[in-house]
Design a protein around this ligand. Sequence first.
Ligand SMILES: *[C@@H]1O[C@H](CO)[C@@H](O)[C@H](O)[C@H]1NC(C)=O
Length: 253
Amino acid sequence: MLPIASLLLTAAAVPAVQAQCSPLHYIFARATTEPPTGVDNASPEEFEEVANAFWSKGYGAAGYSIYDNVTALIPDTTGYPVHYPASFRPSSPDRGVEDLINHITTMSQQCPEQKYVLGGHSQGGVVTVNAIPQLPEEILSRVIAVTMVGSPDCPPEVEDRCRSYCNKGDFICERGFGGIGGIGGIGGIGGRSMRQRRTVLNARQALDCSGEEPPEKGHEAEGGQSAHLAYNEDGFYVYAAACYIQKQFQGVA
Ligand SMILES: *[C@@H]1O[C@H](CO)[C@@H](O)[C@H](O)[C@H]1NC(C)=O
């Protein structure tokens, strides 16, 4: 859910044209076959209409939960789900890279003070690591954190501000995405993500981020499903990512 109250406050406090220039903008690319599906040829408007019918709003399960937890910590954060097919078609990741670059370029021009968080799950991580080397330094310097789950390792450009979380037994990231140029080896989430339980906290209580940062890799996820798909339901790396983003944001705010 979007933090409606804080959006309204922001809108009321600043001129209309500035209203969408939040201090922090979260851009996340979902994993293969996470909803919406069948959007290979969708316009941006169509993508949004279909995506908004799902609780995960086009961010994917882990991506939306990280976003939700970040907005509990940094209420003014806005977000954007990368508009791309997330399908098995070989062109899918490139479409994501293009959309990510277009979106962040437009936003960074409209909002000169805005900072960014990039991230993805699985194929979404491939989108993220392929887009980063193509971003100009002016934009890259405003990316304060990159958080991925079940994804390739952090690219060198953002090594100092990136976490690529990998569950124990998630063979897709444990094997370093070896040899996959495209998405053939990535594997789909299929209908499973839609059945993932949505744990809604009664109060939007902020996470306790005071503990030590956990290691990036090797957490043993709970639940019956495969480690590559367990990030949202397990929550461990969702919370770790949200706390990491907050720490990084505090460092620049
Ligand atoms: C935070 O992440 C957890 C675990 O994925 C999720 O269940 C929860 O709904 C998220 N949102 C908030 C506001 O805590």
